[in-house]
Design a protein around this ligand. Structure first.
Ligand code: ZN
Length: 287
C-alpha cells in the first residue's frame, strides 16, 4: 500500500489514483495523515480490505497537478532519529573510522516538509544527504533483529539536509541543530508499506540536481547498521512510537567531502530517489 498527504488530507493509492481516506472510510480514518500511524494496525487492515474490494475502482480520485501541496506522509512524528556515518564509502570520504555503535542524533520536527516543497537556504553551507527513512508502525521497546521489521509500517524517501558550518561547530558538533532548519527534512512523496518490497534491505538510492549531475548513488544493502539493527539498537534505549521516523544515513557523494567542496545554491532543484518508493523533488530558494 502507498499513502500520502495531499493538500493536508490522508490519501491511499488505488487502481485509478489517490483516494481520500476520510471519504472512503466514512470518517473512520483521516483526514489528517498522522491518524494512519496512530492507529496503524486498524488503518492498514481497513485500507487493505478497501483496496481489495470492488469499491476501490469506483472511488473518486484526488487529482494532482502543479498546485498540489504534498505534505510529509507522516506530518507529526513524536520522535525523529537520524544516523550518521552508516555507509562505508561515506565514512571513508569523511575520513573517519567505522563506528561500533550507530552515531545517533535528531532532526527537530519543525524541519519536516514534503515533496515539491521549496527550501529556503539559510546562511551557510547547505549539503545534500539522500536517505532511506523507516517509519515505525507500532510501539516497540527491546526489539530484536529478528522481530525488527514487524515494527516498521513502511519506508519513504528522505533528505537529511545539513548546514555544515553549524553542524561541525563547537567541541561537541551540533548535528541536530545544523540539520534542522525549516525544510531540512523533506520526506515523501509516499509512504510505502514493507510488503511492497521483494527485499526491503536492498534498494537503490541516490540524488541528483535536476538537469545536472548525479550526486549520490548506492544501495541500502551497503549500510553498516541496517534497518533491523537500527530498530534493535535504538529500541534498546528509547521506546519507539507509532509514526516515529528513522533517517538511516547517507552514502558517499556529499558536497562537503568533495574537492573542491560543492553546496546547494538558489535555483538548484534537488531530486532524490529510492527504488520501489519514488522520487522526492525540492527546489532551493535564496534566503
Ligand atoms: Zn544524514
Amino acid at each position: 500500500m502507498r499513502l500520502a498527504d495531499i493538500d493536508g488530507r490522508l490519501v491511499i493509492k488505488g487502481p485509478e489514483g489517490y483516494i481520500d481516506a476520510a471519504e472512503a472510510s466514512g470518517g473512520r480514518f483521516g483526514p489528517d495523515a498522522q491518524s494512519a500511524l496512530t492507529e496503524w494496525e486498524a488503518f492498514s487492515s481497513w485500507a487493505g480490505e478497501f483496496l481489495a474490494s470492488p469499491q476501490a475502482a469506483k472511488a473518486p480520485v484526488v487529482g494532482t497537478d502543479t498546485r498540489t501541496v504534498w505534505g510529509p506522509p507522516v506530518p507529526r512524528p513524536a520522535q525523529i532519529f537520524a544516523v550518521g556515518l552508516n555507509y562505508r564509502d561515506h565514512i571513508a570520504e569523511s575520513k573517519l573510522d567505522v563506528p561500533t555503535e550507530p552515531a545517533v542524533f535528531t532532526k527537530f520536527r519543525t524541519s519536516l516538509t514534503g515533496n515539491e516543497a521549496a527550501v529556503t537556504l539559510p546562511d551557510g553551507l547547505v549539503d545534500w544527504e539522500a536517505e532511506l527513512v523507516a517509519v515505525i508502525g507500532r510501539h516497540c521497546h527491546h526489539a530484536t533483529r529478528e522481530t525488527a521489521w514487524s515494527y516498521v509500517a513502511g519506508l519513504t524517501v528522505g533528505q537529511d539536509l545539513s548546514e555544515r558550518r553549524l553542524q561541525l561547530t563547537g567541541p561537541a558538533p551540533q548535528f541536530s541543530l545544523g540539520k534542522s532548519h525549516p525544510g531540512f527534512a523533506p520526506i515523501g512523496p509516499e509512504l510505502v508499506t514493507t510488503d511492497e518490497f521483494a527485499d526491503p534491505d536492498d534498494l537503490e538510492l541516490g540524488c541528483r540536481l535536476e538537469g545536472g549531475e548525479v550526486l549520490q548513488k548506492s544501495r541500502t544493502s551497503a549500510m553498516v547498521f541496517d534497518v533491523p539493527e537500527l530498530v534493535a539498537r535504538l529500541s534498546a534505549v528509547c521506546p519507539l512510537l507509532p509514526g516515529d521516523l528513522i533517517f538511516t544515513g547517507t552514502p558517499a557523494g556529499v558536497g562537503g567531502a568533495r574537492t573542491p567542496q560543492k553546496f546547494l545554491a538558489p535555483g538548484d532543484v534537488l531530486v532524490t530517489w529510492i527504488e520501489g518508493i519514488g522520487t522526492l523533488r525540492n527546489p532551493m530558494l535564496a534566503p
